[in-house]
Design a protein around this ligand. Structure first.
Ligand code: HEC
Ligand code: HEC
Ligand code: HEC
Ligand code: HEC
Ligand code: HEC
Ligand code: HEC
Ligand code: HEC
Ligand code: HEC
Length: 471
């Protein structure tokens, strides 16, 4: 039994190699396609009661009626059976411990449209070495007697039905792509392994985790941009935390099913549907593209990759997009003439005296000063003390960005206001550049905003702020 040579799917997904190129030439085919499309025929000894049912191409889907993954992926198998009727027979084979009552429940609950049977002890699963559910194999009768296995999915996953169709597509493997139906990254990754490994190192791969940590997964206002295809066919379903379309996956930019059904979608035109004016300060496609480089993985050592994944999971990976635009950081004295009350309120708050917390040598240590004082210019924290404005501690520009464009044209548009119309994404990013998990483990945005007394009046987000001379 050499069934393992058939393994098509999972293992390949994260297999980026180091001698691959670092930029893309349009038209280059995806790395693993040939491997995925290579026909395989492996002779298998099935139990007789099953072998006699293999009268034509047959997918045997081995499952446990009580297993969550089986329940989550049965929908795709039902659709596969429907679409490939006449071309591919589907048989559902439950684990030998399942009861007829469980089988009936499963059939009714999931509207199963194909034959369900129960495996026998030392039966199918023993023969093919299926140790977990769901698992699936495709068989064909051997004209000379017995059966061949042609595909093996250990495990079966949501979206694997796409691969079954591709492998049965013959000369036109992509002819079976369903228009406008999401399949999930795993299916794409079997052919596009390097792109998948690079994606895995991007913020898009943790987008759902970000709102999960904030306990916002029940708020559709937050979920829509932090997942793929919410509410659309095959797309993310609210509340299913393990759903394959959680996070901003391939199809968020490349459209459902990818660009294989003849239509072309310009991925770069999709960015701004999520990176809009309120959710991404000063986003531009040109600035964003280098950070989602699909070849990133090829120029990183295994150690660097591991560190990057760790930083992403812990919310410590840098966010180049959320950095303020480059410019001189103006301070309280430049703002006072128009915002006297805001300046006064700030001067009484914790940020205006943040440098006082540092003792002796700490006051000269850029690694402390970087969060306790505002730099002379926006951008990455300076390495030397001369780069900071020490006397003002954490002042206006640390939260509102460099002020020159605002002084040139003083209105709401020319500066980051952090008020009611500013989504939490942005405010959180500004504050947590200093209030990170290490320095402020108990950080809570709502409490912090309220405690910061909104420049004077105990105001939280949206509360009225002191009127300024300019009003
Ligand atoms: C069976 C292998 C296979 C699978 C699965 C697959 N692709 Fe592809 N993909 C290819 C091949 C081969 C090409 C190059 C030829 C072409 O454009 O059709 C390609 C090209 C592409 C391109 C570039 C098109 C261009 O030239 O601009 C994108 C983007 C893409 N795939 C995205 C996806 C996404 C998203 C998925 C999952 C929904 C996916 N692919 C699934 C094999 C695959
Ligand atoms: C479906 C919505 C969506 C689309 C489409 C999208 N993004 Fe994002 N992007 C996000 C979300 C959400 C995050 C934040 C994820 C997190 O950190 O939790 C993000 C984060 C990023 C980041 C890292 C954050 C930072 O501050 O540096 C970059 C870079 C980025 N996106 C670039 C792009 C580019 C370029 C495109 C278009 C080619 C794009 N995105 C398309 C939703 C989207
Ligand atoms: C945030 C948006 C975004 C996401 C998410 C994304 N891509 Fe892309 N992808 C792009 C853009 C933009 C390009 C075109 C690159 C360019 O023009 O420089 C591209 C190019 C490609 C190409 C063709 C060139 C190449 O680099 O190989 C393939 C194939 C591809 N993507 C596959 C994938 C797969 C597979 C995934 C998921 C694992 C994925 N992409 C996730 C935006 C995205
Ligand atoms: C010449 C007067 C003037 C000066 C100087 C000035 N501002 Fe303003 N500022 C305004 C006006 C006018 C508005 C718009 C008020 C409104 O529409 O409610 C404003 C609004 C703001 C807002 C709110 C933006 C929003 O989206 O709600 C912030 C924050 C702000 N200024 C910060 C600063 C900072 C920091 C400085 C010093 C670097 C500064 N301002 C200097 C006149 C000024
Ligand atoms: C990443 C930003 C950051 C860096 C770097 C940083 N701090 Fe802080 N520090 C903060 C923040 C935010 C607070 C307020 C946290 C709170 O109130 O829980 C704080 C509070 C403090 C406090 C008062 C609260 C306490 O924990 O006792 C002291 C003292 C302090 N920092 C000293 C230092 C010293 C010394 C260094 C250099 C070794 C340093 N900080 C580096 C962000 C930083
Ligand atoms: C620690 C971060 C932080 C610092 C430092 C800071 N601000 Fe603010 N500022 C905010 C936040 C957050 C808001 C929105 C507050 C709210 O709505 O409760 C805000 C709101 C404002 C507004 C809006 C008032 C309006 O018209 O709605 C002005 C003006 C302003 N700040 C000016 C300043 C000036 C001037 C300084 C420097 C003296 C300063 N801020 C320093 C965080 C900060
Ligand atoms: C219109 C799309 C969109 C919506 C709606 C949205 N986000 Fe985001 N969110 C983004 C994008 C894009 C980014 C990445 C911004 C960047 O880095 O430039 C992001 C980033 C974030 C971040 C990371 C910022 C950080 O520094 O940690 C958090 C947290 C976040 N969003 C939470 C939320 C919450 C909570 C909601 C619901 C109130 C929400 N988002 C609604 C698009 C959206
Ligand atoms: C440039 C770094 C920096 C930024 C950005 C920043 N803070 Fe702070 N914050 C500090 C430091 C340092 C302290 C400690 C100062 C002290 O206690 O005197 C502090 C203290 C505080 C405190 C009082 C201490 C506590 O934990 O109760 C609150 C509240 C607070 N910050 C809220 C915010 C909010 C809200 C934002 C975003 C709008 C923000 N901060 C942005 C550095 C920063």
């Amino acid at each position: 039994m050499r069934i393992w040579t058939l393994l098509l799917c999972i293992g390949l997904a994260l297999a980026g190699t180091s001698d691959t190129p670092t930029s893309w030439t349009p038209g280059t085919p995806a790395a693993n396609t040939a491997q995925i499309l290579t026909p395989v025929k492996e002779k298998v000894e099935l139990p007789v009661w099953l072998a006699e049912k293999i009268t034509g191409p047959t997918l045997v889907w081995y499952f446990n009626p009580n297993c969550g993954h089986c329940q989550a992926s049965i929908g795709g198998v039902v659709r596969l059976a429907e679409q490939m009727e006449g071309e591919l027979q589907v048989i559902g084979l439950a684990n030998s411990g399942a009861t007829p009552a469980e089988l009936k429940w499963f059939m009714d609950t999931y509207k199963v449209n194909f034959t369900l049977m129960i495996d026998q002890p030392r039966g199918f699963s023993y023969t093919v070495g299926a140790r977990s559910t769901p698992t699936a194999l495709v068989f064909e009768p051997d004209p000379a007697g017995g059966v061949f296995a042609t595909d093996a999915y250990y495990p079966w996953f949501q979206g694997a039905e796409l691969l079954v169709k591709i492998r049965r597509g013959g000369a036109d493997p992509f002819s079976h792509f369903e228009e406008d139906r999401y399949v999930g990254n795993t299916a794409c990754s079997t052919c596009h392994s390097q792109e998948a490994a690079s994606w895995n190192l991007s913020h898009h791969a943790v987008a759902y985790g970000t709102i999960y940590k904030q306990d916002k997964t029940a708020d559709p206002e937050c979920v829509s941009c932090h997942v793929t295809g919410m509410g659309e066919p095959g797309g993310f379903v609210m509340g299913e935390h393990g759903h394959p379309l959680a996070d901003v996956g391939c199809e968020a930019c490349h459209s459902a099913g990818g660009p294989h059904d003849g239509k072309t979608v310009n991925a770069a035109e999709q960015c701004e549907s999520c990176h809009n004016k309120t959710h991404s300060i000063a986003f531009s496609v040109d600035k964003g593209l280098p950070h989602i480089d699909h070849y990133k993985v090829n120029s990183m050592s295994a150690g660097d990759q591991e560190k990057r994944r760790h930083d992403l999971a812990n919310g410590k990976a840098e966010r180049p997009l959320l950095a303020f635009p480059h410019g001189e950081n103006l301070g309280p004295k430049d703002c006072k003439s128009c915002h006297a009350e805001a300046v006064q309120a700030w001067s009484k708050g914790p940020h205006a005296s943040a440098m006082d917390l540092l003792k002796g040598k700490e006051k000269k240590d850029p690694s402390c000063v970087s969060c306790h004082a505002t730099a002379v210019e926006s951008g990455p924290p300076p390495a030397t003390l001369e780069g900071f404005q020490l006397e003002a501690s954490v002042s206006c520009a640390s939260c509102h960005g460099p002020g020159a464009p605002h002084l040139a044209s003083p209105d709401k548009e020319s500066i980051e206001g952090l008020g009611e119309d500013c989504p939490v994404c942005v405010i959180e990013a500004v504050c947590t550049s200093c209030h990170d998990p290490e320095q402020d483990p108990d950080w809570d945005l709502e409490k912090a905003l309220a405690a910061q007394k909104g420049h004077g009046q105990g105001a939280g987000p949206g509360a009225a702020l002191p009127k300024t001379d300019a009003d």
